[in-house]
Design a protein around this ligand. Structure first.
Ligand code: FES
Length: 269
């Protein structure tokens, strides 16, 4: 039998010349994953640079794609933490301090790794389907060795979730000051709750709260926390996709209200 053209050719592996013997539609999940991730990346990329309709001054709604907004280039009122940074040229996103960490958090996430290793890098594209690469080096070299930085991105994402929570809380703001409450608050709060669920369901978080322990019985609080995080962790993939959706919906909602295309329904104004 001739040597396989693709896939792992390590001695001892089965020498199968066909790329795969699977006859089912194994390519459907990677295809949908690619389409979903590409749609989010394109949307988020465009919105992060356009600098329009990202803040609703009447209600203090700020889209998460522009938080924290720390530059003199931010529209008045959107800088919830002041403007320690001067004006920024148009090619730098106003949330340039948080976006790289959020991107790093998602890119190095254990679930997203599985998703794009299969759907983008075909390493491998599916079970029992040979990858096009001649060698497999795993995450032992650049750039994939950087995946080991995931725990640090988790710490940053945790801080950014606190900032997003603050943004959502101060958005309970009436048109003329004081307390106000509209549909936008439900959208912002829902997004923050799901972001927390995703962040806390992280495998690194699970390790932080319950790792390196020899005896759970001697650490009842950490054991309880670990069981709660584990429950979320079981749904990590689902939460990863839900939060991509809630981020887009929240940004879209703020954009529609800020641009005047949609009047925010108010319950308390
Ligand atoms: Fe997915 Fe940490 S493993 S966010």
């Amino acid at each position: 039998m001739s040597a396989p053209a693709t896939g792992d050719t390590t001695a001892g592996r089965a020498r199968i010349s066909a790329r795969t013997l699977r006859t089912d539609r194994w390519w459907v999940p990677p295809l949908f994953t690619t389409m979903g991730l590409a749609a989010f990346v394109i949307y988020a990329g465009i919105r992060s640079f356009v600098r329009t309709a990202y803040y609703v001054p009447e209600y203090h709604y700020l889209t998460p794609f522009y938080s924290p907004c720390l530059s003199d280039s931010c529209v008045p009122g959107s800088s919830h933490f002041g403007t320690p940074i001067g004006a920024l040229p148009g090619w730098i996103p106003l949330a340039f301090l948080s976006l790289p960490f959020l991107l790093g958090f998602r890119l190095t996430c254990y679930y997203y790794r599985k998703a794009y290793y299969r759907s983008v890098w075909f390493s491998p594209p599916a079970c029992a389907v040979a990858e096009p690469h001649g060698r497999y080096t795993g995450e032992t070299r650049l750039p994939l060795i950087l995946q080991n930085a995931h725990r640090y991105f988790f710490y940053a994402a945790f801080l950014i979730s606190i900032i997003n929570t603050y943004d959502a809380v101060i958005a309970f703001h009436g048109r003329t000051g004081g307390f106000g409450f509209g549909l936008g608050n439900l959208v912002l709060a829902g997004n923050v709750i799901m972001l927390w669920a995703y962040t806390l369901s992280c495998h690194s978080c699970r390790h932080v709260v319950g790792g390196r322990l020899k005896h759970f019985s001697r650490h009842p609080v950490r054991y309880w926390l670990w069981t709660q995080v584990t429950r979320l962790n079981n749904r990590h993939m689902l939460l990863a996709w839900i939060t991509l959706g809630t981020l887009v919906v929240t940004d879209l909602y703020v954009m529609l209200v800020a641009s005047g295309a949609f009047p925010d329904p108010r319950f308390v104004d």
